[in-house]
Design a protein around this ligand. Structure first.
Ligand SMILES: NC(=O)c1ccc[n+]([C@@H]2O[C@H](COP(=O)([O-])OP(=O)(O)OC[C@H]3O[C@@H](n4cnc5c(N)ncnc54)[C@H](OP(=O)(O)O)[C@@H]3O)[C@@H](O)[C@H]2O)c1
Length: 376
């Protein structure tokens, strides 16, 4: 495992951080965790050298923190740093913040949280957090030792990002970044800005929620033609770690094999090692993906549950799947499951709850109808 500096903090972290948002069937519509399996995966990652674990109050129907807390018993807590998050929806004032942090510490079975994040903020949410006294609360908790570092995670437009990151003395920022998101959200500009301020950057959705792990035939042909053979996953992580500003790359693994492969990859990846030819390859891969992607949903499930019962990430996954991998909709297994569960776009109430929650700001209502015209 390679360990990387965390900007101005004067500490190091494993380059690979385990995300605790996708255990079990979370990406395929089932948000219940197989605890035993998840605990095994977490400990496997730590035994392999992972020192950074990311969760959040809301992940997996609020059970992710509980499972992580159990996994960190038996001496594992002392080997790692944990990140969790405060969702603005759960707090209105300081008393709520105190209650929420106490609940999170209880679920995680720890006396402190290393990285405490304001979860998925944009400019408007940051201003609301400020009005509620969140910055003072974070500073007080840092002084009391209940949190070590004050941080935020971000999915909004670049302008909001620049405003927020310059508006307070943050200790860390977590952004969505991968070779398909260089000009989306914080993007490369945001990564470099954090680097210039000495603020360590933790990457989420580094494989675009898993989409970059499964190369469609037009992308695979590019990888196959390249003289050095690497898996799609390795190319994704190699590209990210080539950036010196990146401290930790999170990935939410569901299987022991994924953890093992990632541990091996993160033994080799370093900043500044990619050649010009490799960068050209990734540019071609970007173009190949763009030509086939229908909707840039990452399957994070922030939009769920849908009041109408539509499995929104499931529909978009089926739509992208059919387009990326040339699958006839009638042969798409995921789509058949959706139809069986009556979780299809024709159940959409057009209430817009999903669009307000989507960190990618997708026009979900229209996209669902567009998808249904093809898949239905
Ligand atoms: N703060 C926020 O707003 C926010 C938002 C999103 C995520 N996050 C955090 O960031 C973490 C990382 O994001 P992410 O989970 O989207 O990361 P990611 O690496 O983009 O996607 C994870 C998925 O990639 C696939 N994968 C990973 N390693 C693989 C391997 N070796 N071989 C094949 N497939 C592999 C798996 O897909 P399959 O499941 O299809 O096998 C896995 O579920 C999350 O777990 C969460 O903790 C935070």
């Amino acid at each position: 495992m390679k360990y990387r500096k965390m900007g101005k903090l004067g500490i190091e972290s494993s380059a690979f951080g385990l995300g605790c948002m996708r255990f079990n069937g979370a990406a395929s519509g089932d948000s219940t965790i197989d605890e035993e399996k998840a605990i095994g995966l977490i400990r496997r990652a730590i035994d392999g050298g992972v020192t950074y674990l990311d969760t959040a109050y809301v992940y997996l129907d609020k059970t992710s923190e509980i499972v992580l807390g159990k996994a960190l018993l038996d001496g594992y807590r002392d080997k790692v740093r944990i990140a969790t998050k405060m969702p603005i929806e759960a707090v209105k004032n300081r008393e709520d913040m105190e209650k929420l942090l106490a609940e999170e510490l209880g679920k995680l079975q720890t006396d402190h949280i290393d990285f405490y994040l304001m979860h998925g903020i944009n400019k408007e949410k940051w201003e609301r957090f400020k009005e509620m006294g969140a910055p003072e609360f974070f500073d007080d908790m840092k002084r009391e030792g209940k949190i070590r570092y004050k941080c935020f995670s971000f999915h909004g437009p670049y302008e909001d990002y620049e405003y927020i990151i310059k508006d307070w003395d943050w200790d860390m920022v977590q952004i969505q970044y991968n070779y398909m998101d260089t000009e989306n959200q914080a993007g490369t500009k945001g990564l470099e800005l954090a680097g210039s301020l000495g603020i360590p950057v933790v990457i989420m959705e580094g494989l675009l929620g898993g989409r970059l792990a499964k190369a469609p035939d037009n992308v695979q042909a590019l990888y196959d033609a390249f003289p050095t053979k690497r898996s799609a996953v390795e190319w994704g992580f190699r590209w990210l770690c080539d950036h010196p500003e990146v401290s930790v790359v999170l990935s939410g693994c569901n299987e022991a094999e994924q953890i093992d492969e990632n541990l091996k990859i993160f033994d080799t990846v370093e900043a500044g090692i990619m050649s010009e030819e490799e960068h050209r390859l990734i540019k071609d891969v970007q173009d190949a993906y763009k030509s086939r992607t229908k909707v840039s949903c990452t399957g994070c499930r922030y939009c769920m549950p849908c009041p109408g019962g539509v499995d929104i990430p499931g529909v978009f996954s089926a739509w992208n799947n059919c387009s990326l991998y040339n699958v006839d909709p009638k042969d798409d297994w995921g789509l058949r499951m959706l139809k069986g569960r009556e979780a299809t776009p024709d159940k959409c109430l057009k209430c817009g709850a999903c669009e307000r929650a989507c960190p990618q700001h997708l026009p979900i209502i229209d996209k669902l109808q567009e998808a249904w015209a093809v898949l239905g």
